[in-house]
Design a binder for this molecule. Structure first.
Ligand SMILES: *Cc1c(COP(=O)(O)O)cnc(C)c1O
Length: 390
């Protein structure tokens, strides 16, 4: 196909040209119902008015004053995140990996200042934290194991929902534990509330920072503003990405006053906190915190969950799990790739993070009618693929 693009992933040949809400069109004008949404990114769907307006308005006034000067949208967005979370300070960046890279740096800095040079971070098997060298090293994705050696040192992998496995890796050199409230890429594995609380108690009593990677769970995805709220805990550091920009490149490293210990020159970046992207982030957060928005996410999530559970029952398939509008459907057999492909042909975009598993990450403002339409299309595809199997 397009020979000048570097090969990184197998893509379908279609060229995508426009989107509106939950719908995406290719250049033959075929229309797709989109439950991938840019990989859990477009929280208000494709090209929502708020983003188009913010981009138009801000781009006509100021795009890049310099990361070393103040600008209004970044200040307002940081304030909004702080007021609506348990944190005090924000550093904006451009991708999830970059935010996590920043979290790792901040933890190491804190270790050098406050914990005798401690630098090790306990992460988890099957976790995903990004594709820079350090974040790949932090990730517990088996496919990363032998890639780009040597890895960045200082990460050990415990098991999610197993506090004893965390304790086994903690020593004098441990500065932080980094965890996803829901392991998205691993197949929507929820960190139990009791585990998150044990983790918080244990790290606090051992003077270790707790970092939550909320790049997939933050900004309303689970039906609460931040995923950590489900466990009623207050972490030391949080990273945001994906939905924070609603489709534009924006991420954030968020921390408590105690954890925010960078000195001048430790952290930065050319585009970091630029007003064009932070103006969009402001529009997103204002929308997600507006009255009734998260209640609606929870209700839509329930509708989708119930529909998927009905399909599971009808066709004798597996578990439906997740929170809010981050849900997975276990098919109990390795047909997920086939289903994704057949669904694509039939104008439905869904994702298979595992050979036996479908993942759903629609826009947070997806309508009940769109959920119903998705379930109808999925059922047709399921019937076709299952009858093909037998
Ligand atoms: C997507 C994701 C990342 C990486 O974000 P990028 O913007 O692709 O760098 C990191 N952590 C989690 C939990 C993610 O879902």
């Amino acid at each position: 196909m397009y020979e000048s693009l570097m090969t990184i992933v197998e893509r379908p040949p279609q060229l995508f040209v426009r989107g509106k809400g939950s719908w995406l069109w290719d250049d033959s004008d075929k229309c797709y119902l989109d439950f991938i949404q840019g990989w859990a990114v477009n929280c208000l769907g494709h090209c929502p008015k708020i983003i188009t307006e913010k981009l138009q308005d801000q781009s006509s006034r100021l795009i890049s004053p310099s990361p070393a000067f103040y600008n209004e949208p970044s200040i307002k967005l940081a304030e909004l995140i702080v007021v609506n979370s348990s944190f005090d300070k924000v550093f904006f960046s451009n991708s999830g990996a970059e935010a996590n890279e920043g979290a790792i740096k901040l933890a190491r800095k804190w270790g050098s200042k406050h914990k005798d040079g401690a630098y090790e971070i306990v992460t988890f098997h099957n976790s995903f934290h990004g594709r820079t060298l350090a974040t790949m090293s932090a990730s517990g994705k088996p496919q990363f194991n032998d890639l780009f050696e040597p890895k960045v040192k200082g990460f050990s992998k415990a098991f999610l929902n197993d506090i004893e496995s965390v304790k086994r890796y903690v020593n004098d050199k441990t500065v932080a534990v980094m965890v996803e409230p829901i392991q998205g890429e691993a197949g929507v594995i929820v960190a139990e509330n009791s585990f998150m609380r044990e983790l918080r108690d244990y790290t606090k009593s051992h003077n270790i920072l707790l970092i939550v990677d909320e790049i997939q769970t933050g900004v309303g995805r689970t039906g609460k503003m931040w995923g950590y709220e489900w466990a009623g805990i207050e972490p030391d550091i949080m990273t945001l990405g994906k939905m924070l920009g609603g489709g534009v490149p924006l991420s954030a490293l968020v921390a408590t006053d105690e954890a925010s210990c960078f000195d001048y020159g430790d952290q930065g970046g050319t585009y970091n906190g630029n007003p064009l992207m932070t103006a969009v982030g402001l529009g997103i957060i204002e929308t997600v915190i507006s009255k009734g928005f998260l209640t609606n996410v929870l209700e839509s999530g329930k509708t989708l969950e119930t529909g998927l559970k009905n399909l599971s029952k009808t066709y004798d398939l597996g578990e439906v799990r997740g929170r809010g509008l981050l849900l997975a459907f276990d098919l109990n057999q390795d047909i997920a790739t086939k289903i994704v492909k057949t669904a694509f042909e039939n104008g439905l975009l869904i994702n298979a993070p595992r050979p036996n598993l479908l993942r759903f990450m629609p826009a947070l403002n997806v309508t009940r009618d769109e959920i119903t339409a998705m379930l109808e299309r999925l059922e047709k595809v399921l019937v076709a693929v299952l009858s093909d199997q037998s």
